[in-house]
Design a protein around this ligand. Structure first.
Ligand SMILES: Nc1ncnc2c1ncn2[C@@H]1O[C@H](COP(=O)(O)OP(=O)(O)OP(=O)(O)O)[C@@H](O)[C@H]1O
Ligand SMILES: [Mg+2]
Length: 388
């Protein structure tokens, strides 16, 4: 099963392009499923058909679902959450805060993604398209290797400590308390799943991320950051979609400035993300709603080719640690050597190697550091960062 995650800034066209992609895969004979993990679902509107938490047939081999992340959270975490929350309440933390504290940020999203594992194991689908990739909080949860042990320890420590100080009268108020072993077991089972999910998401043959942007300044900025984060967490971005490009036959003078600005941002998108394949998607005459309109959009993007296989093989940007140094490796294949110039401005790094230029959004943990060393090794320009 190939999994394709669509992500991008609000309103840029993620749901539309995800649906068009899933639909094209299905019409080429693959069993395709699209699921939305966004709380404010609009997949049903885009497909123009009612959807629920479990997949339903939509058209031919295409099925779709709108995940109820609350329901998934309840299923995997419900009684653990209640146990922890009731202990926190005994500590005097108010009920709402206690409920929130009992859930790690991003956990609901991660649990929704655990579904990917289920479909992967069941083998019912060839293509799984996810509308809305995991956000930063979910990715941090996903990629922290020792989180399971840390969290189990913290939660057990907390519940032991609180159980000792809680008055017996209050203790009896806790409905059906679940024991330490059960909590430990539940957390371990959950994080085993999370670890498998992490492996699947970072397996480039199995999973691709596709970024969606509009040709404007804000969207370009956000896409650069998203690209950095996806690379940071080891996910393979295999295409960029520049959506809502004004067609050439729009000649109304009102749009002149828009068209000039779009041209500039389209150009930048190609430059900043090379060698990533960039698909430009025209602004259609009307909203893209329903199977027919989505199919027409899919044709304009993919032609008759299969959208499911990886669209790019290499990973042009990598972050890693080498000894004490934080490293960044940028693929510079085909760039004739030259002097390396590095300039950090806030969370941006400008890289120059001879005539090659690239501006990168730096992840948070590097933004307070300065690049102190750089060297071309093989096909990569390696850059080391140290505390400023
Ligand atoms: N190329 C296009 N031409 C015309 N309309 C488009 C195009 N792409 C998207 N739209 C329309 O723009 C609206 C927003 O698109 P969509 O819901 O796909 O964005 P989104 O990124 O998923 O938004 P959200 O962040 O709210 O989930 C929809 O009405 C959709 O039909
Ligand atoms: Mg959407």
């Amino acid at each position: 099963m190939r999994t394709i995650l669509f992500t991008g800034k609000g309103g840029v066209g993620k749901t539309t392009l995800a649906a068009a992609t899933a639909l094209r895969s299905a019409s080429l004979g693959h069993r395709a499923l699209i699921i939305s993990t966004d709380i404010a679902h609009s997949l049903a509107d885009a497909l123009d058909t009612p959807l629920g938490n479990e997949p339903r047939p939509v058209n031919g081999l295409l099925e779709a679902a709108e995940l109820d992340t609350g329901e998934e959270l309840e299923r995997y975490w419900g009684d653990v959450k209640r146990r922890i929350a009731s202990l926190l309440r005994q500590e005097g933390i108010d009920a709402i805060a206690a409920g929130e504290l009992a859930v790690l940020p991003g956990l609901d999203e991660v649990l929704a993604l655990v579904r990917i594992m289920r479909y992967h194991d069941e083998g019912r689908y060839d293509t799984l398209v996810i509308d809305s990739a995991p956000t930063g909080a979910a990715m941090r949860l996903l990629s922290a290797p020792d989180l399971s042990r840390w969290y189990t320890g913290r939660m057990l420590g907390l519940s032991r400590g609180l159980a000792r100080i809680a008055l017996p009268s209050i203790r009896s108020l806790v409905k059906a308390p679940i024991g330490e072993d059960a909590i430990r077991e539940r957390i371990t089972a959950l994080f085993d799943q999370v670890e498998r999910l992490r492996q699947l998401l970072s397996d480039h043959a199995a999973t691709s991320v596709r970024l969606v942007m509009n040709p404007d300044h804000l969207s370009l900025q956000e896409t650069q950051r998203a690209y950095t984060y996806m690379n940071l967490f080891g996910l393979a971005v295999d295409a960029l979609f520049v959506n809502r490009v004004l067609p050439d036959d729009v000649q109304d003078p009102f749009f002149e400035t828009w068209k000039a600005s779009q041209a500039e941002h389209r150009q930048l998108a190609h430059e900043l993300f090379a060698p990533l394949p960039v698909f430009e998607v025209p602004l259609m005459r009307r909203e893209v709603v329903g199977v027919e309109a989505l199919d027409a959009l899919a044709s304009s993007i993919y032609g008759q080719s299969d959208p499911a296989p990886p669209l790019a093989e290499e990973q042009p940007l990598r972050f890693y640690v080498e000894g004490e140094r934080y490293m960044l490796a940028l693929r510079v294949t085909g760039v004739p050597g030259g002097t390396v110039t590095l300039e950090r401005r806030g969370d941006e790094l400008r890289v120059r190697l001879g005539r090659f230029r690239r501006t990168l959004a730096l992840p948070q943990y590097l933004s307070g550091m300065d690049p102190t060393w750089a060297q071309v090794e093989g096909e990569y320009l390696k850059i080391a960062f140290e505390q400023a």
